[in-house]
Design a protein around this ligand. Structure first.
Ligand code: F6R
Length: 609
């Protein structure tokens, strides 16, 4: 969703801001803007639509400056208009804001009584006026920001500049990520490291309640009590190559093809140790995992489906009971807490608000055993968890999650095996067998990727359809769900997924010649059951598109199309069977000409409810 970038340098920062905003585009937005301190004035350029439109306007106006801030806005309070786009300005103070200010109405009334006129419908504009109000009262820019944030309820990442202070920028963070990039004689701020990684990899992650002052020469950070604090410097491992498209048409295609490497990287520590060591999940493992009696998984969207696969693995392999719940449901229900349960949150971005709030809610119920599976180091959800497993998928830019999902599955499989080991349910032979299967996984994924030309031919038949049904059973049912989600979100074809056994309890009524039915049918103990369900579809004239594996002895026949993954991979089969459904969605969207990487109405990191 919204994105922030800011820079102070000896050079012109306009290209830095525009490049940074372009790198934040993947998060989803509907307007963009920059503000610059130029001499003793603040200049601003804002546009609805793409960053490139705002860039063209900035070029036409010939703006240049060595201090500036930029923003991509995803509308929440107030429509998609130029007046609502950030930066917002109050008497020479310009600011950009990610997050939501809950008490903005009370603040607006108060500021109106103080004589401030409002130009936008946003919650953000109150912050600009409040800062100006405190500046007028004699505070300097940092002091005014520190007074202001104490009056805000809600979540914010803020970057602020003032025409009166051309030598510094001030920033604040609460509930939304914000980091400072340290350069040589120049410094940066960003909500996401990808915005600045081309200038520096040295970053400081601000903590909740921090404020900071950034000049060309240095950075000073202050804690929630306004006292100076030291925050550790990190070296980001986000690579520039992961942010570039390279030879691919879309980031989604690139990220689908990166999966053998992403999975190999994620597996590195497990393969190196040739064992499932509790230390994979962090330092406190012994204490947190000791006495765990069950697992509660919380997540949204694709990450929820990863959790749904994990439930089958955890119960089957470790024998521990496991529930999976959509985070936005869990956080609002009166859940019965069992502090001996391990709470597992799964999130690619580590920022999803509902998942974060579900974690906080679980903690408020007395859950202290928390583990996060996440792809973004130092993001909010892992920081709020005692144990962490970082997937090493690299930056995921396409809105539709692909490599994050399969690497989450790898992490979750490792969790299931580790819990089994701790509970005496994994003997050395079985452990060796699982490690061997994982070792071969990147190769099996590559074989599945080689099916792309055949899947692209199927996609041409899907492209003109309005609806599609996905079926699976057991551990492959969540893969059917994931396939349906991928297809609907990027091709806009209405798609639903059902456990194949449920067909005759309702959805069979939908089946006719116009409804393609995708079946995930590897050779496992449920295969014969799935075959019966497929007969039910054929008998109603439905056309079947079956993804299966080499061992399953399926033949093509009239109305039954079959694509085989080259080998059966046993317990890891859901990971391999994800690849064909990703490719089917991608090529169908391509045929329909949709905006694959930025599907309509969607954002990459969902930081609002
Ligand atoms: C779908 C997709 C979303 C995300 C969901 C959770 O392709 O990407 O459903 O999985 O918004 O996001 P994270 O994993 O960042 O918490």
């Amino acid at each position: 969703m919204c994105g922030i970038v800011g820079a102070i340098a000896d050079r012109d920062v306009v290209p830095v801001l525009i490049d940074g905003l372009k790198r934040l585009e993947y998060r989803g937005y509907d307007s963009a803007g920059i503000a610059l301190v130029d001499g003793s004035d603040v200049r601003r350029v804002r546009r609805t639509g793409r960053v490139s439109e705002m860039e063209a306007a900035a070029q036409a106006e010939g703006v240049r400056a060595s201090l500036g801030i930029g923003h991509t806005r995803w509308a929440t309070h107030g429509g998609v208009t130029e007046a609502n786009a950030h930066p917002h300005i109050s008497h020479g103070v310009a600011l950009v804001h990610n997050g939501i200010i809950e008490n903005h109405e009370q603040q607006r009334e108060r500021l109106q009584q103080l004589g401030y006129a409002f130009e936008s419908q946003t919650d953000t504009e109150v912050i600009a006026h409040l800062i100006h109000h405190y500046l007028k009262g004699g505070q300097d820019l940092l002091g005014a920001l520190q007074c202001t944030v104490k009056e805000l309820h809600g979540a914010y990442a803020l970057a602020v500049i003032s025409r009166k202070e051309p030598g510094r920028m001030v920033v604040a963070r609460m509930g939304c990520p914000l980091l400072i990039g340290l350069g040589e004689g120049e410094n940066f701020v960003a909500s996401d490291v990808s915005a600045i990684v081309q200038y520096t990899r040295r970053v400081i992650f601000l903590e909740e309640g921090d404020t900071a002052e950034i000049s060309r020469e240095g950075v000073r950070v202050f804690g929630a009590d306004d006292a100076p604090v030291q925050r550790e410097e990190h070296l980001s491992d986000v690579s520039l190559a992961s942010l570039e498209l390279g030879p691919y048409r879309h980031f989604m295609q690139k990220e689908i093809h990166e999966q053998p490497r992403a999975i190999a990287d994620t597996l590195e520590a497990i393969i190196d140790a040739s064992a499932f060591e509790p230390a994979l999940f962090g330092k406190d493992t012994d204490e947190v995992l000791a006495g765990v009696e069950g697992v509660q998984i919380l997540a949204c969207g694709t990450s929820f489906y990863a959790g749904s696969v994990a439930r089958y693995w955890i119960e089957a392999i470790s024998g521990l009971p496991c529930s999976v719940e959509i985070a936005s449901e869990y956080r609002y229900r009166k859940a019965v807490a069992n502090p001996k349960q391990l709470i597992v949150t799964i999130s690619q971005s580590g920022e999803t608000l509902d998942t974060m709030e579900a974690l906080k809610y679980a903690r408020s119920l007395g859950h202290d055993k928390t583990l996060s599976i996440c792809n973004v180091p130092e993001s909010a959800i892992p920081r709020a968890s005692r144990l962490v497993f970082y997937t090493r998928a690299g930056a995921e830019i396409g809105v539709a999650s692909t490599k994050a999902f399969t690497t989450q599955l790898v992490g979750l499989f490792a969790l299931a095996a580790t819990l089994a080991k701790l509970h005496g349910r994994l003997d050395a032979d079985k452990e060796g067998e699982y490690i061997e299967a994982l070792r071969h996984l990147p190769g099996s994924i590559q074989h599945a990727l080689n099916l792309e030309p055949q899947i692209a031919l199927w996609a041409e038949r899907f492209a003109p359809r309005d609806h599609a049904l996905f079926l699976g059973r057991g551990v492959h049912y969540p893969i059917a769900l994931e396939g349906a989600l991928k297809l609907k979100e990027i091709s806009y074809i209405h798609a639903e997924a059902y456990p194949a056994g449920e067909l005759k309890h309702g959805p069979l009524a939908l089946v006719d010649a116009a409804m393609p039915v995708v079946v995930i049918a590897p050779n496992d103990s449920l295969l014969e059951k799935v075959k019966s369900n497929m007969q039910e579809v054929r008998a109603r004239g439905g056309e079947l598109f079956v993804f299966t594996d080499a061992d399953s002895n399926f033949n093509e026949s009239e109305g039954v199309h079959v694509i085989r993954t080259p080998r059966h991979v046993g317990v890891l089969s859901p990971i391999v069977h994800t690849i064909p459904v990703q490719l089917l969605a991608y090529h169908t969207a391509l045929s329909r000409g949709t905006d694959v990487d930025k599907p309509r109405n969607l954002a990459k990191a969902v930081t609002v409810e």
